[in-house]
Design a protein around this ligand. Structure first.
Ligand SMILES: Cc1cn([C@H]2C[C@H](O)[C@@H](COP(=O)(O)OP(=O)(O)O[C@H]3O[C@H](C)C(=O)[C@H](O)[C@H]3O)O2)c(=O)[nH]c1=O
Length: 335
């Protein structure tokens, strides 16, 4: 297999490359990543010298550049490349449309032109919108995205579907719930709260803190994508969720408890615009059809993740001292 992994320097993409190289060292891996603020080649240091691994810096929305890569021979594409942070999409939606929609379309076109045998689009449960207190997202739930981020991911999903219906391009879509684990950029809830608590800084909770997310360990997610890649059916969508529904405030209190920090650090701030209330995902299909079983309990996964951030302070401090700081300070004051 000659695999093009786009967005392989990001959080989920880099975990996926490390997981896959460990499991399939005979495959060829090409990691195409634009190295935007969230891309970090440090995440791949342990495998960067592997003989079947190659990194290429570039933009998936650049048609000529992408074609040059496909000319070298690619049989499988896993598309992780995306602008992924909801808050950033609320402040500056344009780059989300360009990377997430246009970039996906450029990859689909090249895949069609060069006869790619499998195309996996890594998507999100946010495309389904928001749930009330009851119910779950199923693969058949109508798309109803609420943020510019989720709208751009839904747009890409519809294009992927269209390339199957129109051209029979062998595509599959995965839709995951909220990921957590090592190497996550400290703008997402869990690593942001861990890093701020370690620095004894206030922890900004949007609104009443009772919004619910369903948490999935990134390694369990990688295992699910591996299964879809090898056993999934063309044209199908697979939901991937950890079945760990928690309110944001429960998560933050759990982090503070594990770190032995005081709850007085909690700071309720203005709510996110259009803040989705609840995500909860039905992952029966991938379990029954492909035999997926998550191996992490949330309790163990969260503890292990917190410990990773404690042990890898240098990693996230380098990030926080860079461009991210400016962005954060504009919104919430000095970090
Ligand atoms: C950053 C931050 C977040 N929150 C709240 C907002 C959400 O209710 C929850 C999680 O927020 P986060 O931005 O980490 O993740 P989501 O907005 O749920 O979206 C994430 O999970 C999906 C599946 C993707 O597809 C996104 O790419 C990914 O970013 O914590 C706060 O209360 N304070 C904060 O400072």
């Amino acid at each position: 297999m000659r695999l093009l992994v786009t967005g392989g320097a990001g959080f989920i993409g880099s975990n996926f490359i490390r997981y896959m190289i460990g499991k399939y060292p005979q495959y060829d891996f090409i990691n195409l990543d634009a190295l935007t603020y969230a891309g970090n080649l440090e995440n791949l240091q342990v495998i960067e010298k592997h003989q079947n691994y190659q990194f290429i810096k570039g933009d998936i929305a650049d048609v000529e550049f992408v074609e040059e890569i496909f000319q070298k021979g690619i049989d499988t594409v896993v598309n992780f490349a995306a602008e992924s942070h909801v808050d950033r999409s609320i402040h500056d939606p344009a780059i989300f449309t360009r990377t997430n929609i246009l970039g996906s379309q450029v990859l689909l076109d090249a895949s069609k032109k060069y006869g790619v045998e499998k195309f996996v689009q890594v998507s999100t449960d946010e495309v389904y919108g928001s749930l009330g207190e009851e119910g779950l997202f199923h693969e058949t739930t109508p798309l109803s995205p609420n943020s510019p981020y989720s709208a751009s991911k839904a747009g890409a999903d519809l294009l992927v579907r269209a390339y199957y219906e129109t051209y029979r391009l062998p595509v599959m879509i995965t839709r995951c719930s909220n990921n957590y684990g090592p190497h996550q950029f400290p703008e997402k809830l869990i690593p942001l709260m861990i890093s701020r608590a370690l620095a004894n800084q206030p922890l900004p909770i949007y609104g009443d803190g009772l919004n619910i997310r369903d948490w999935l360990h990134v390694e369990d997610h990688c295992q699910a994508i591996d299964l879809v890649l090898h056993k999934g059916k063309s044209g199908e969508v697979y939901n991937v969720g950890g079945n760990n529904e928690l309110t944001n405030i429960e998560i933050v209190k759990g982090i503070l408890k594990h770190l032995g920090k005081s709850e007085t650090l909690i700071d309720y701030v203005q709510d996110r615009l259009g803040h989705d209330r609840r995500y909860a995902i039905d992952a029966t299909k991938i379990k029954q059809e492909l035999g997926w079983q998550p191996k992490y309990t949330f309790e163990d996964g969260l503890k292990e993740t917190i410990d990773w951030y404690v042990e890898n302070e240098d990693w996230w401090k380098r990030i926080i001292s860079g461009e991210y700081q400016e962005y954060y300070e504009k919104q919430y004051g000095k970090i």
